[in-house]
Design a protein around this ligand. Sequence first.
Ligand SMILES: [Zn+2]
Length: 583
Amino acid sequence: MALENDNELKELIRKAVLLNAIAHEGKAQSGAIVGKILGERQDLRSRVKDLSSLINHTVGEINSLTLAEQTAIVEKKWPETQKKEKTEEKRLPPLPNAASYPQIVTRFSPNPDCVLHLGSARAIILSHEYARIYKGKFILRFEDTDPKVKKPSLIFYDSIRQDLDWLGCKIDEEYIQSDRLPIYYDFTEKLIREGDAYVCECSPEEFRKKILAKESCPCRNLSAKVQLDRWKGMLNGAYAEGQAVVRVKTDLEHLNPAVRDWPALRIIDTKKYPHPRVGSKYIVWPLYNLAAGIDDHLMGMTHIIRGKEHYTNMVRQKYMYEHLGWKYPEAIHYGRLKITGAFLSKSKIIQGVKDGTYTGYDDPRLGTFAALRKRGITAEAIKKMIRDVGTKPNDVTLSWETLYAYNRKILDPMSSRYFFVPYPVELKVLKVPRAFHVKLSLHPEKPDQGYREYTIVPNVPEETASFWISKKDAEGLENGKIIRLMELFNIRVEDKRTNTLTASFASESYEDVRKIKAPLIQWIPKGEEYSCEVIMPDASVTEGYAESACKKLKPSNIIQFERFGFTRVNEIKEKMLTYYAHK
Ligand SMILES: [Zn+2]
């Protein structure tokens, strides 16, 4: 039997091609499908050539549909294949010992020295979600105690608050460490007085030599009185930068030398490096473990959810907790989340904005929340992705494509569709028999979302109508070829010269061209064009015409340009300016 007559096989292929297309942004790839069909129909092993040609034919047909059309067919004919997508959202595992605390308290504690980017998403979202799940408290704490090397900047306190707001992470309490120096000083004095900390005057080299040999430095065993005098000296400016540090006593034998007597406070010349909030008011500044450790206790933190690179910090801080008679919070250390190709180096972001490599912190090449927001990546997509990744300690590498897939699932059911023709070329259609009034749905599955309307009136007596189509589509045309102007009519290419691309009206119905796999292309009637620039993820600009209905859009609308991709409207002026999200 000729394979073309095997209806059961044809249906099997159609299903496989559709599913494959949906998994690949609407473009099925025939290679995998041949294997899949052979797996089910071993009788066809001797007829791979025939089978391949039948599959290629179907692939061409299916690939000419939009992703939304493909999904609609599958959901109608094979709803069982789509159920997987709709299974209940993954739930986060319960927090350890949650029941032994009257209220769960979590925190996110950034240094406001840069805008936030995807690298912080896990800490923010998990900490916030857990606080919500347990009806607890989510604290934002600015860790801004390094006015010299990781210098905070006033603009970032606000941008961080904005980013959390955009992510839908409501802050219950906010603290800023640079307001809390007297608190850190009090506890430091207590630690020194009780012999649990000391002021070390050794040079870093001398100290390192001693500590690697598991020996105490000459300062460690001096009397509390001498230590307190040295401490007062630090506060009073008796030491210059680098001449003294406070160290918290740990175990000199600890297997990890980095844990042994860690540095807790140091001198910073704030005349030279003023703090953006408190200027030169203080010269003694706490290091991370002292400030974070004290705050976590005082703020009632019950669960610290952070990357496993912080594990050693927990080990260090536990010594201080023991000295002070405190109980260390529950700590969950998750693995690294890497996004392939995402640009997440703080120092390079700051440098690039400064020297003009990037247009700003929302430059589309960056993985900052500001950039993602501008491109139409939704907070909901980021949250869903992070929830699915969860709190596992193993490292996870995701790609931009993964994030796009989450985002597409959110945007596809709601985004209005419009036509955009990149690098427009004029197309003249001859012999248009009458006026055509078209209503183009804003969404193929949601008629109540509305539509755009255009009337195509042919010139009299020439019966011609002019359109804009994209340069790329124009280049793919051949004389005599039949194509369909999406949802309008079918045309036959007559003359493919560069300056006057001419075609003639062929017929109206889509059915006429479905069998011959005629390409479907988007179009804009001449006179209904609206200049549009799309800023791509690599910051390049794609120019073209959007249809005039886009003039009614508003900044921050996210739409889909058919056969081009999702894009977020940034500006509606004489020109339209949008940022590209993804296919
Ligand atoms: Zn010393």
